[in-house]
Design a protein around this ligand. Structure first.
Ligand code: TXA
Ligand code: MG
Length: 322
């Protein structure tokens, strides 16, 4: 394939999509690798280029809540409540799918994952093409997610025709994924929308569906978001640094900071102790540290509250050692 174009031109991106091409596009969470849902070629190319197992379904992105009825056969009242309170935004809902949604997108499941992203360029693109796009995050399977157009280019240069550049992602970590079970809302993946935010706009009870290390359910792979450099994640990184003295260490810090001879690179995730700012910076910092030729990356655990729950979940998966 010829060189990948990086552009801010929405109509060029729309043309590529409508011709059945797949493109990198910005959302407020992370960049996605998008194709229109009724192009079999586009969907199979997404799986091939990403190296994604075909049993791991894709999220369908829509421009407006009114498109929910086009993709979902049933939309429970709780889903309408969440969509009007939290969309556009980093919340994905699992709903009974319409038969028109190709099985390749949902990996043969009865449910389809749907999200209306908040990034203005994503919304403009979706409105311009007038139909939903399926998109996983734009990273090879298991690798660090992309929060800038340059990350997508590094992964897929020459493999996709175009990347729509919408600047750095403002939220920085993936959407929260929820499903519905009668009066309950099941959280399948922690993201930047918290259980407290969901509880504040519905009367539902929120339940987190845990997966053990052996139970590999979609969205819950034990190893994910991982840099090539080994990453260790703990509440006491100073102790870890001592334990690994003599190694070339990179540090991602939030709040607590320290230096030692072994620490050759160090990034602050937030200058103001804001976990939201830390989330927006996390993947960029991991991409940078992963290019340093380090022996080890150390990251301190976040407080288990608010978006810290999702951040710790991502870091746990990034540090998983098989
Ligand atoms: O923030 C996000 O959600 C980003 C942006 C691009 O929208 N997308 C994203 O997609 O993170 P991806 O494919 O990297 O993660 C989506 C997760 C996968 O783990 C997949 O297994 C799960 O959603 N998923 C998709 N459809 C599903 C379904 N029908 N049932 C259960 N899980 C599903
Ligand atoms: Mg992903």
């Amino acid at each position: 394939m010829r060189k990948t174009t990086v552009t801010t031109d929405i109509s060029e991106a729309a043309t590529q999509l409508l011709e059945g091409g797949i493109i990198g596009f910005p959302t407020e969470t992370v960049y996605g690798l998008a194709g229109i849902i009724d192009s079999e070629t586009a969907i199979s190319t997404i799986f091939r280029v990403k190296g994604r197992p075909s049993d791991n379904p894709l999220i369908v992105h829509i421009a407006h809540p009114s498109q929910l009825d086009d993709v979902a056969a049933e939309v429970p009242e709780l889903a309408w409540q969440l969509s009007s309170a939290l969309w556009p935004g980093p919340l994905t809902m699992l709903l009974k799918k319409r038969s028109s949604i190709p099985d390749a997108i949902t990996a043969g499941r009865e449910t389809v994952a749907v999200r209306m992203p908040a990034h203005p360029a994503a919304l403009a693109l979706l409105s311009a093409i007038g139909q939903p796009v399926a998109a996983p995050s734009a990273n090879p399977f298991g690798c660090i997610s992309p929060s800038q157009a340059q990350h997508v280019l590094k992964y897929f240069d020459g493999k996709i025709p175009l990347i729509l550049d919408g600047g750095p992602c403002q939220v920085g970590i993936e959407s929260t994924i929820v499903g519905f079970d009668g009066p309950n809302i099941i959280i399948y993946r922690h993201g930047s929308v918290t259980a407290a935010q969901i509880a504040a706009v519905t009367d539902a009870r929120c339940i987190y569906k845990q997966s053990g290390p052996k139970v590999v359910a979609p969205g819950m792979f034990p190893r994910h978001y991982a840099p090539v450099t080994p990453l260790l994640f703990s509440n006491n990184i100073q102790e870890l640094a001592q334990l690994h003295s003599g190694k070339k260490i990179g540090l991602l810090h939030y709040g607590e900071h320290f230096s030692s001879n072994d620490i050759v690179a160090s990034y602050s995730l937030s200058s103001s102790d804001s976990m939201e700012e830390a989330a927006a910076n996390l993947y960029s910092a991991l991409h940078k540290l992963d290019n340093y030729g380090l022996d080890l990356i150390l990251v301190k655990e976040f407080p288990m509250e608010g978006i810290g729950i999702a951040l710790n979940d991502k870091l746990k998966r990034a540090s998983y050692q098989q």
